[in-house]
Design a protein. Structure first.
Length: 258
């Protein structure tokens, strides 16, 4: 697989920014490729996935491009008072990818996922833009974030600045979005969390919410907590989940190398 850092000027953020990409490096690789937008957590950046996991090796031989955006501490949301990170991802990053790489620029060619804050962002964006993404995955997602008081003073300040004073059941709340997206437009969703993860109850609650809505989805819990050991181990099953929904088969020539 090839790896590159894309430095660009974000008109949404009104500043220079960057994202990383992993893509097939063989001139003979079949085109177009599917795209997996993979989001980082609150304390990370666009380089963390490649520094802390073997994601580049896990996608070897697949007709798949992985895009690793920089979401800052913005929850992949257009802040009530601050930076529009949702617009940056959905217009700037996605626009650059689809203009400059041989990808499937359609719903059937796009997937989104992430961990922690990125899990929230993936579920929120997948449900908010059901015409854009075919499949969504969340690992250890903070899915009930908008429905719980923030004990940390720093998070409480950020929470209000980004989401406003009353975000519950608002346009950024995954609960509200899951309840209002049309049944025939629902993306495929996979949610996974560690049994010892501090946010496991949030994941269980959202799982029950989806069941109440008769929203078909996959839900799993495994031994582990909120760390990169857990996420590195389970990103492979997330990739397989998206491959099924994007119609991406194995390349026999490279499968044994992975």
């Amino acid at each position: 697989m090839a790896f590159a850092t894309i430095n660009y000027y974000s008109h949404s953020l009104d500043k220079a920014s960057a994202f990383n990409v992993i893509f097939p490096d063989s001139p003979d690789a079949k085109r177009p490729w599917g795209v997996y937008y993979l989001l980082h957590g609150l304390s990370d950046d666009h380089a963390t996935w490649t520094r802390r996991t073997s994601i580049e090796r896990y996608v070897l031989g697949y007709r798949l491009m992985v895009v690793l955006p920089n979401g800052g501490r913005g929850w992949y949301t257009n802040s009530a008072d601050g930076d529009p990170y949702e617009d940056d991802l959905m217009t700037q990053v996605m626009g650059l990818v689809e203009k400059n790489f041989p990808v499937r620029a359609e719903r059937a060619g796009r997937a989104i996922g992430g961990v922690s804050m990125g899990g929230f962002g993936a579920v929120k964006l997948g449900l908010k833009h059901p015409d854009v993404f075919a499949s969504v995955d969340s690992q250890s997602g903070v899915l009930g974030f908008l429905r719980e008081p923030q004990e940390s003073k720093l998070l409480a300040r950020e929470f209000t600045r980004i989401f406003g004073d009353s975000p519950t059941d608002g346009p950024e709340d995954p609960y509200h979005l899951a309840a209002t997206v049309r049944t025939r437009k629902r993306p495929a969703i996979r949610i996974i969390c560690g049994e010892e993860d501090p946010f496991v109850e949030q994941n269980r609650a959202f799982h029950e919410h989806l069941k109440t809505l008769e929203f078909d989805h996959e839900y799993e819990e495994h031994a582990g907590t909120h760390d990169w050991h857990f996420w590195d181990r389970h990103i492979r099953s997330a990739i397989d989940f998206h491959r099924r929904h994007l119609g991406i088969a194995d390349d026999p020539e490279h499968a044994a190398i992975r």
